[in-house]
Design a binder for this molecule. Structure first.
Ligand code: ZN
Length: 240
Protein backbone atom coordinates (compact mmCIF):
# COMPACT_ATOMS: atom_id res chain seq x y z
CA UNK A 1 0.00 0.00 0.00
CA UNK A 2 1.12 3.53 -0.76
CA UNK A 3 0.47 6.00 2.05
CA UNK A 4 0.74 9.80 1.69
CA UNK A 5 1.98 11.57 4.83
CA UNK A 6 1.76 15.33 5.07
CA UNK A 7 1.89 17.99 7.77
CA UNK A 8 2.74 21.58 8.68
CA UNK A 9 -0.02 22.58 6.29
CA UNK A 10 -0.49 25.86 8.14
CA UNK A 11 -3.77 26.91 6.54
CA UNK A 12 -2.30 26.91 3.03
CA UNK A 13 -5.23 25.53 1.04
CA UNK A 14 -3.59 25.83 -2.40
CA UNK A 15 -0.58 23.79 -1.23
CA UNK A 16 -2.78 21.20 0.50
CA UNK A 17 -4.97 20.72 -2.58
CA UNK A 18 -1.88 20.34 -4.79
CA UNK A 19 -0.44 17.71 -2.44
CA UNK A 20 -3.69 15.73 -2.28
CA UNK A 21 -3.96 15.79 -6.06
CA UNK A 22 -0.34 14.65 -6.45
CA UNK A 23 -0.81 11.87 -3.89
CA UNK A 24 -3.90 10.63 -5.76
CA UNK A 25 -2.03 10.63 -9.09
CA UNK A 26 0.77 8.68 -7.37
CA UNK A 27 -1.70 5.95 -6.37
CA UNK A 28 -1.81 6.66 -2.63
CA UNK A 29 -4.69 4.83 -0.98
CA UNK A 30 -4.30 6.25 2.51
CA UNK A 31 -3.52 9.71 3.88
CA UNK A 32 -1.96 10.59 7.22
CA UNK A 33 -1.66 14.06 8.76
CA UNK A 34 1.16 15.06 11.09
CA UNK A 35 -0.36 18.21 12.55
CA UNK A 36 -0.03 22.00 12.36
CA UNK A 37 -3.08 22.12 10.14
CA UNK A 38 -3.60 25.80 11.05
CA UNK A 39 -1.50 28.90 11.76
CA UNK A 40 0.45 31.41 9.58
CA UNK A 41 -1.67 31.34 6.39
CA UNK A 42 -5.22 32.37 5.53
CA UNK A 43 -7.40 29.22 5.20
CA UNK A 44 -7.42 27.51 8.62
CA UNK A 45 -11.10 26.48 8.61
CA UNK A 46 -10.99 25.20 5.01
CA UNK A 47 -7.83 23.12 5.61
CA UNK A 48 -9.26 21.71 8.84
CA UNK A 49 -12.54 20.69 7.17
CA UNK A 50 -10.66 19.05 4.29
CA UNK A 51 -8.46 17.00 6.65
CA UNK A 52 -11.52 16.10 8.74
CA UNK A 53 -13.52 15.02 5.68
CA UNK A 54 -10.74 12.66 4.56
CA UNK A 55 -10.89 10.94 7.96
CA UNK A 56 -7.15 10.45 7.92
CA UNK A 57 -5.29 9.59 11.11
CA UNK A 58 -3.90 12.88 12.49
CA UNK A 59 -1.79 14.07 15.39
CA UNK A 60 -1.77 17.47 17.07
CA UNK A 61 0.79 20.18 16.27
CA UNK A 62 1.78 23.11 18.48
CA UNK A 63 -0.18 25.57 16.29
CA UNK A 64 -3.26 23.32 16.54
CA UNK A 65 -2.87 23.45 20.32
CA UNK A 66 -2.34 27.22 20.39
CA UNK A 67 -5.21 27.96 17.99
CA UNK A 68 -7.66 25.84 19.99
CA UNK A 69 -6.75 27.16 23.45
CA UNK A 70 -7.30 30.48 25.21
CA UNK A 71 -3.87 30.80 26.84
CA UNK A 72 -1.58 33.80 26.34
CA UNK A 73 0.62 33.74 23.24
CA UNK A 74 2.97 36.45 24.54
CA UNK A 75 6.04 34.20 24.73
CA UNK A 76 5.75 33.36 21.01
CA UNK A 77 7.32 34.95 17.97
CA UNK A 78 5.06 38.04 17.42
CA UNK A 79 4.26 37.23 13.78
CA UNK A 80 3.22 33.67 14.65
CA UNK A 81 1.21 34.97 17.62
CA UNK A 82 -0.62 37.54 15.47
CA UNK A 83 -1.56 34.81 12.99
CA UNK A 84 -2.73 32.54 15.82
CA UNK A 85 -4.93 35.24 17.37
CA UNK A 86 -6.46 35.75 13.93
CA UNK A 87 -6.87 31.98 13.50
CA UNK A 88 -8.67 31.68 16.86
CA UNK A 89 -11.27 34.15 15.54
CA UNK A 90 -11.71 32.27 12.26
CA UNK A 91 -12.43 28.85 13.77
CA UNK A 92 -15.80 27.76 15.13
CA UNK A 93 -16.02 26.27 18.61
CA UNK A 94 -16.65 22.89 16.97
CA UNK A 95 -13.47 23.23 14.89
CA UNK A 96 -11.46 24.28 17.95
CA UNK A 97 -12.84 21.28 19.82
CA UNK A 98 -11.83 18.98 16.94
CA UNK A 99 -8.25 20.34 17.13
CA UNK A 100 -8.21 19.83 20.91
CA UNK A 101 -9.29 16.21 20.45
CA UNK A 102 -6.27 15.31 18.31
CA UNK A 103 -3.81 12.94 19.96
CA UNK A 104 -0.10 13.68 20.42
CA UNK A 105 1.17 10.30 19.21
CA UNK A 106 -0.46 7.57 17.11
CA UNK A 107 0.51 4.27 15.64
CA UNK A 108 -0.72 3.73 12.07
CA UNK A 109 -0.05 0.49 10.19
CA UNK A 110 3.55 -0.43 11.14
CA UNK A 111 4.77 3.09 11.97
CA UNK A 112 4.35 5.86 14.54
CA UNK A 113 3.44 9.51 13.94
CA UNK A 114 4.19 12.52 16.15
CA UNK A 115 4.43 16.24 15.37
CA UNK A 116 7.71 16.93 17.18
CA UNK A 117 9.45 14.10 19.09
CA UNK A 118 8.45 10.93 20.92
CA UNK A 119 10.54 11.58 24.05
CA UNK A 120 8.51 14.62 25.16
CA UNK A 121 5.88 15.35 22.52
CA UNK A 122 4.12 17.96 24.68
CA UNK A 123 7.30 20.09 24.90
CA UNK A 124 7.45 20.58 21.10
CA UNK A 125 11.23 20.20 20.85
CA UNK A 126 12.97 20.75 17.50
CA UNK A 127 15.08 17.95 16.03
CA UNK A 128 17.74 19.65 13.92
CA UNK A 129 20.64 17.19 14.22
CA UNK A 130 21.46 13.58 15.08
CA UNK A 131 22.03 14.39 18.76
CA UNK A 132 18.45 15.68 19.09
CA UNK A 133 17.28 12.55 17.25
CA UNK A 134 19.00 10.20 19.74
CA UNK A 135 16.56 10.90 22.58
CA UNK A 136 13.64 10.27 20.26
CA UNK A 137 14.95 6.83 19.28
CA UNK A 138 14.90 5.72 22.94
CA UNK A 139 11.09 6.04 22.80
CA UNK A 140 10.57 4.70 19.28
CA UNK A 141 9.24 1.14 19.28
CA UNK A 142 8.33 0.91 15.58
CA UNK A 143 10.97 0.72 12.83
CA UNK A 144 9.75 3.98 11.34
CA UNK A 145 8.48 7.16 12.99
CA UNK A 146 7.36 10.13 10.90
CA UNK A 147 7.44 13.67 12.30
CA UNK A 148 7.50 17.32 11.21
CA UNK A 149 7.65 20.61 13.15
CA UNK A 150 10.94 22.08 11.78
CA UNK A 151 9.54 22.34 8.21
CA UNK A 152 12.82 20.84 6.94
CA UNK A 153 12.79 17.33 5.40
CA UNK A 154 15.35 15.11 7.13
CA UNK A 155 16.06 11.42 7.65
CA UNK A 156 17.74 10.09 10.79
CA UNK A 157 18.76 6.44 10.89
CA UNK A 158 19.81 4.45 13.95
CA UNK A 159 22.00 1.40 13.52
CA UNK A 160 24.93 1.02 15.89
CA UNK A 161 25.07 4.85 15.75
CA UNK A 162 22.68 7.59 14.68
CA UNK A 163 23.39 9.11 11.25
CA UNK A 164 21.61 11.39 8.81
CA UNK A 165 20.68 10.38 5.24
CA UNK A 166 19.58 12.50 2.28
CA UNK A 167 15.85 13.21 2.26
CA UNK A 168 15.21 11.80 -1.21
CA UNK A 169 14.42 8.15 -1.81
CA UNK A 170 14.97 6.03 1.31
CA UNK A 171 15.12 2.24 1.20
CA UNK A 172 14.13 0.80 4.56
CA UNK A 173 16.66 -1.78 5.73
CA UNK A 174 16.06 -4.45 8.36
CA UNK A 175 17.40 -3.92 11.89
CA UNK A 176 17.58 -0.14 11.49
CA UNK A 177 15.27 2.51 12.88
CA UNK A 178 14.15 5.54 10.92
CA UNK A 179 13.01 8.93 12.27
CA UNK A 180 11.79 10.81 9.23
CA UNK A 181 10.89 14.48 9.03
CA UNK A 182 8.40 14.79 6.18
CA UNK A 183 8.90 18.54 5.60
CA UNK A 184 6.10 21.09 5.29
CA UNK A 185 3.15 21.41 2.93
CA UNK A 186 2.31 25.05 3.59
CA UNK A 187 5.52 26.81 4.65
CA UNK A 188 8.72 24.91 3.68
CA UNK A 189 11.91 26.24 5.27
CA UNK A 190 14.64 24.38 3.39
CA UNK A 191 14.98 26.97 0.63
CA UNK A 192 12.62 25.13 -1.76
CA UNK A 193 9.20 26.87 -1.87
CA UNK A 194 7.37 23.86 -3.31
CA UNK A 195 5.01 21.93 -1.01
CA UNK A 196 6.72 18.91 0.55
CA UNK A 197 5.25 15.56 1.59
CA UNK A 198 6.21 11.90 1.71
CA UNK A 199 4.92 8.66 0.20
CA UNK A 200 5.59 5.49 2.18
CA UNK A 201 5.27 2.31 0.13
CA UNK A 202 4.67 -0.37 2.77
CA UNK A 203 5.16 -3.29 0.34
CA UNK A 204 8.38 -2.08 -1.27
CA UNK A 205 9.65 -0.54 2.00
CA UNK A 206 10.43 2.74 0.27
CA UNK A 207 10.00 6.31 1.49
CA UNK A 208 9.77 8.84 -1.31
CA UNK A 209 9.97 12.63 -0.76
CA UNK A 210 7.77 14.61 -3.15
CA UNK A 211 7.90 18.33 -4.02
CA UNK A 212 4.82 19.89 -5.60
CA UNK A 213 4.33 23.30 -7.23
CA UNK A 214 1.19 25.19 -6.27
CA UNK A 215 -0.49 28.54 -6.87
CA UNK A 216 1.67 30.50 -4.45
CA UNK A 217 0.49 33.92 -5.70
CA UNK A 218 -3.09 33.14 -4.62
CA UNK A 219 -1.92 32.06 -1.16
CA UNK A 220 0.08 35.30 -0.82
CA UNK A 221 -2.87 37.43 -1.91
CA UNK A 222 -5.17 35.73 0.61
CA UNK A 223 -2.67 36.46 3.42
CA UNK A 224 -2.57 40.16 2.49
CA UNK A 225 -6.36 40.37 2.02
CA UNK A 226 -6.87 38.86 5.48
CA UNK A 227 -4.68 41.57 7.03
CA UNK A 228 -2.15 39.02 8.27
CA UNK A 229 1.51 40.17 8.60
CA UNK A 230 2.96 40.71 5.08
CA UNK A 231 6.13 38.84 6.08
CA UNK A 232 4.04 35.63 6.00
CA UNK A 233 3.39 36.21 2.29
CA UNK A 234 6.96 37.29 1.54
CA UNK A 235 8.58 34.22 3.08
CA UNK A 236 6.69 31.65 0.96
CA UNK A 237 8.64 32.12 -2.33
CA UNK A 238 11.89 32.16 -0.32
CA UNK A 239 11.09 28.77 1.19
CA UNK A 240 12.09 30.15 4.62
ZN1 ZN B 1 4.67 23.99 11.85
Amino acid sequence: MRIALFGDIHANLEALNAVIEDATSQGCEQRVCLGDIVGYNANPGECLELIKSMECPSVKGNHDEDASGDHSLKSMNPIAATALEWTRDQLSEEQRQWLRSLRMVRQVSDFTIVHSTLDQPQVWGYVTNKFDAMSNFSYQFTDICFHGHTHVPRVFVRGTKVREEAAELVEIEKNLKYFVNIGSVGQPRDGDPRACYVIYDTGKKLIHFRRVEYDLATTQQKILNAGLPSRLAERLPEGR
